[in-house]
Design a binder for this molecule. Structure first.
Ligand SMILES: *[C@@H]1O[C@H](CO)[C@@H](O)[C@H](O)[C@H]1NC(C)=O
Length: 196
């Protein structure tokens, strides 16, 4: 009986080792993959945006300054947990682009490309993050992780509010897309902080 139990335990350990190994291997390229996908998404986004903000949007822009300021303020703290921050930023961008897009230049195909890229990276990051958690990272750090997510969520909440208040108008979308571009540039900087 003991021998059988022992064998089972050995098998389970081997399985855990094997999958642990696989997920670690996949995570070693995380930084490069994130940078590549992010570059693609930036290109896609730039193609859908106007080069300059239309003059009629300047007054809406004034209503957005506080939100822009928030991104600038939280940047440094996000660098403490770059993977978590990127994971949350991508999830929030998915939500933003799930809204009423009629006033934007996005068509279904290009939006699917953007969303698919984001979803893949969200999955990838989730795998890497859960592998790290299994390595027994203690709770002061997990509190810090929660705080990082909260900061990102609060910031995107105000982006979301702005879009809704402005009824997903052309100006609101132009301004929000400029901001999403800033977020993707931030993701690039955050990705550079992930150890290789
Ligand atoms: C989407 O937004 C446009 C522009 O504000 C508006 O005219 C349209 O009614 C909205 N559509 C839906 C389904 O809410």
């Amino acid at each position: 009986m003991n021998i059988i139990m022992g064998k089972q335990r050995l098998c389970i350990c081997l399985v855990i080792l094997f999958f642990g190994e696989v997920s670690l291997q996949r995570c070693t390229n995380l930084r490069l993959q994130l940078s590549a996908i992010n570059k693609n998404n930036l290109e896609l986004l730039k193609n859908k945006m106007r080069t300059n903000l239309p003059l009629q949007c300047l007054s809406d822009m004034r209503d957005f300054i506080a939100t822009q300021d928030t991104l600038r303020k939280i940047q440094t703290s996000l660098e403490e947990n770059p993977k978590v921050a990127i994971h949350e930023i991508f999830q929030q961008i998915v939500q933003i682009f799930n809204q009423n897009l009629t006033e934007t230049a996005w068509d279904e195909n290009s939006m699917t490309v953007l969303q698919t890229g984001l979803h893949q990276q969200i999955q990838h990051l989730r795998t890497c993050l859960s592998a790290e958690m299994e390595n027994g990272i203690p709770s002061p750090r997990s509190q810090n992780v929660q705080l990082t997510r909260l900061r990102v969520k609060r910031y995107f909440q105000s982006v979301d509010n702005f879009l809704r208040e402005k009824q997903h108008s052309l100006c609101a979308w132009e301004i929000v897309q400029m901001e999403v571009k800033q977020c993707l540039l931030l993701v690039d900087r955050l990705a550079n902080r992930i150890p290789n």
